[in-house]
Each structure stands twice: as structure tokens, then as C-alpha cells.
Design a binder for this molecule. Structure first.
Ligand code: 13P
Length: 265
């Protein structure tokens, strides 16, 4: 269990292409109220949301003016810092907006935008250049799983992505099996644990034992309030990257409050 390891659990909501900036204000405000009313343990669990780029300024203004216990970040960033890259968003801009995190290499970016492991490593380096913590997403398809077994593809993806990491800079890793994303069928907590343990080994090999001991590894793919406690009971699962359920206020707040409820796997 993450609490025993000293790694602060991270519950992250990836909104994908949902909620415009006005909707984001209403959602974050209500999320903060819901967490406050439920006596959410701010020190014990970190909550972060990943809205579309066009929402980030609105979310920042709300979070900073009311000191809300909610971090935020971008869903992607450019490998470049500035220049003639139409449509791209620099890590410098994310940092200027107070983004603590940025998602990198989500399977939807890999699948629909042709992102390669090499590009993802460049994006990790870009995040670190600007002091933004990359959340490196890895995961296998159902075919990968059948051909190579559970850890082979995610471990290989992570090994390359970590080549971009700056020495001593924080990373977060998210294991998201592609077959579990949006399917309603999550991995079992034992499956998640097996791969997260293998990913921690990769971190140890590439970044060293200290980094492996402190780096948070999240599970993502059909996480909901009913299964979060099972994942969080595993030794190498330090949080969740939540898609669909992060858009449902009560469901997401309940996931963030996982220490206070007994979940079922
Ligand atoms: P779901 O929680 O909707 O399966 O999405 C997971 C995900 O892709 C989060 O990044």
C-alpha cells in the first residue's frame, strides 16, 4: 500500500476532450466543495485534473484564488520550447500557468497522433526543462498482451521514455492497458500490481534505486469508486489515472477519498 511506502497517492483525472472553460470552472468549484464537505485529507492524497488546454487559465485562476486542494496539468506538450510549430503548446507556457504535471504519451496520442517512444522521450525532456513533472503513460494492447505477456511492452516503452528524464527530476508513471481504457473492464488489481512492479524495476535500472523507491506509479483503465481500493491496496500502485469517471463529480470525489471507504475489486 502506497501509504506505507511514503509515496503520496495521486488521483489524476484525465478529462480528454471534454468540458469547455466555463464547464471546467463549474466542475472544479463543485469538486472542491464536495471534497471539503467530505473532509477530504488534502495532505494524504493528491488530486489533479487534466483539462483541455483552453481551460487551463480558468482552472488556474480558480485554484489559486481559492487555494483549492487540486493540482492541474496539460494533456500533452510540444517537444520544442518555442518557434514555428503551429498548434503546439510549449512546456514553458504550461509552467507559466502553474501546471504541476503534464501527461505524456497517452495511448490516444500514440494511436491517433503517431507518437513514438523516441518523441515521448523528447517530450519528457521538454517537461523537465520547464520544471513540469511528466506523467509518462505506457500500456499494452490486447494483441501485445497475447503476443508478449503482461509487462514486456509497457516496460520497453518506459525504458525509452526515461532516456529523456533529467537526472534528479521527478517523474510519475501511469500504466494504462489499452484494452482496459474506456472498456468498463479494468485490469485486476493483481494484474496491475504485476506490471507496476515490473515498471518499478525499469525505473531502478535507468534512474537508480532511490528514484524507484520514490516514484509514483499509477494504474489507469476503467477505474471507478468500486475498484479503486483494490488497486490502492497493491504495493506498487500509488494512484490512478481516471478517464470517464473523472467527469462524474461524485464518482471522482469518491475515488479521491479511497482511504475512507472499503472498495471491492
Ligand atoms: P477510462 O478511465 O475512461 O478507462 O480512461 C482511462 C484513461 O485513458 C485515463 O488516461
Amino acid at each position: 500500500m502506497a501509504a506505507l511506502t511514503g509515496r503520496r497517492p495521486l488521483i489524476a483525472g484525465n478529462w480528454k476532450m471534454n468540458l469547455d472553460h466555463l464547464q471546467s470552472i463549474a466542475f472544479v468549484q463543485k469538486l472542491a466543495w464536495t471534497l471539503r464537505d467530505a473532509a477530504f485529507d488534502r495532505a494524504g492524497v493528491e488530486v489533479a485534473v487534466f483539462p483541455p488546454f483552453t481551460d487551463l487559465r480558468s482552472v488556474q485562476t480558480l485554484v489559486s484564488s481559492d487555494d483549492l486542494p487540486i493540482a492541474f496539468g496539460g494533456q500533452d506538450l510540444s517537444a520544442h520550447d518555442s518557434g514555428a510549430y503551429t498548434g503546439e503548446v510549449s512546456g514553458a507556457f504550461l509552467a507559466a500557468l502553474g501546471c504541476r504535471y503534464v501527461l505524456i504519451g497517452h495511448s490516444e496520442r500514440r494511436q491517433y497522433h503517431g507518437e513514438t517512444d523516441a518523441l515521448i522521450a523528447e517530450k519528457v525532456a521538454a517537461a523537465h526543462r520547464h520544471g513540469v513533472v511528466p506523467i509518462i503513460c505506457v500500456g499494452e494492447t490486447a494483441e501485445d498482451l497475447e503476443q508478449h505477456g503482461p509487462s514486456h511492452v509497457p516496460a520497453a516503452q518506459l525504458r525509452v521514455a526515461l532516456e529523456g528524464a533529467a537526472a534528479g527530476s521527478e517523474v510519475v508513471v501511469a500504466y494504462e492497458p489499452v484494452w482496459a481504457i474506456g472498456s468498463g473492464t479494468a485490469a485486476t488489481s493483481a494484474q496491475a500490481q504485476q506490471v507496476c512492479a515490473a515498471l518499478r524495476e525499469v525505473i531502478a535500472e535507468v534512474l537508480g534505486a532511490d528514484a524507484a523507491a520514490t516514484t509514483r506509479i499509477l494504474y489507469g483503465g476503467s477505474v471507478k469508486a468500486a475498484n479503486i481500493a483494490g488497486f490502492m491496496a497493491e504495493a506498487d500502485v500509488d494512484g490512478a489515472l481516471v478517464g470517464g469517471a473523472s467527469l462524474q463529480l461524485d464518482e471522482f470525489a469518491s475515488i479521491a477519498r479511497f482511504p475512507s471507504h472499503v472498495g471491492t475489486v
